[in-house]
Ligand binder design. Structure first.
Ligand SMILES: Nc1nc2c(ncn2[C@@H]2O[C@H](COP(=O)(O)OP(=O)(O)OP(=O)(O)O)[C@@H](O)[C@H]2O)c(=O)[nH]1
Length: 265
């Protein structure tokens, strides 16, 4: 789990520039284990409104098109923040002690066949008590990355409930990708087989892949699949609409890689 302070706050010049957003704490900070990191709902709401107003700040000049909004969802601890940091910064930040507070975002441009697709990726708190805050964002989402943790069966079982929430709050045509994260873990650590994830994806007609924020397995692919599908639907100079995300994911998914630490467990 990670706090929003972990490299988050993508907009340059916004309230989070040059430091951690309010209500977050750094793991090295002795105060980070105390209750004062938990802000009240009003403060969280004010903070996310500030975040929403931030300009798209990737250092490039992109005046006309607004970025596509991508939201990362899933139970607390499945690795949403870690996956986003891996994708955005190409690094893995091992264990932190604090969960994401409320919601925060990062920007990233993905180039699809020469076209820049700008993604504004929202990292949500998996904890139940922040749900009402994050529900407000579903409506504006173009795509959702829905994660479970392959080492935690409960997070897999909860995917159906997450899909129910998505149906209730998100747009009908929102792009969804189902992700089984922590695929570097194997043996006794693993509680959910890849085939179970594949079956769940088929049941709900959403593309599925396993990822590892730790090793980087399929991390790029998960966001590229989203960007390609958004482009194919007409977001940013749409193409012929013939792109098939299921085929794309199937053809590009890499086999599992196992980290040394987990192998020895
Ligand atoms: N082995 C392994 N551990 C991971 C991976 N991704 C995340 N973790 C660990 O899982 C824990 C939770 O990761 P987070 O990224 O904070 O999870 P989260 O979903 O953002 O959690 P919330 O903010 O509470 O919703 C941390 O200790 C991470 O280091 C992975 O791919 N492999």
């Amino acid at each position: 789990m990670a706090s929003t302070a972990v490299g988050m706050g993508g907009g340059e010049g916004g309230p989070g520039a040059g430091g951690a957003p309010a209500g977050s704490a750094h793991p090295d900070d002795a105060s980070s284990m105390s209750d004062d990191v938990f802000e009240d709902a009003e403060t969280t709401q004010a903070r996310i409104e500030e975040l929403r107003r931030r300009p798209f700040g990737d250092g490039c000049y992109n005046p006309p098109a607004a970025p596509a909004s991508v939201i990362m969802l899933g139970d607390s601890g499945v690795g949403k923040t870690s996956l986003l940091i891996r994708f955005r910064d190409g690094r893995y930040v091992p264990s932190y002690f604090l969960s994401t507070v409320g919601i925060d975002f990062r920007n990233k441009v993905v180039v699809v066949d020469g076209t820049r697709v700008k993604l504004q990726i929202w990292d949500t708190a998996g904890q139940e008590r922040f749900r009402s805050v994050t529900h407000a964002y579903y409506r504006d989402a173009h795509a959702l990355l829905l994660l479970y943790d392959v080492t935690n069966k409960t997070t897999y079982d909860n995917i159906r409930a997450w899909l129910g929430e998505i149906r209730e709050y998100a747009q009908e045509d929102v792009v969804i990708v189902l992700i089984g994260n922590k695929a570097d873990c194997s043996g006794s650590e693993r509680q959910v087989k890849r085939e179970d994830g594949e079956r769940l994806g088929r049941e709900h007609n959403v593309p599925f892949m396993e990822t590892s924020a730790k090793t980087g397995l399929n991390v790029e692919l998960s966001f590229t699949a989203v960007a390609r599908q958004l482009k194919s639907r007409g977001y940013e100079h749409g193409d012929d609409g013939k792109f098939n995300v299921h085929d794309f994911v199937r053809d590009n998914t890499k086999a599992r890689s196992v980290c040394a630490q987990c192998r020895n467990m």
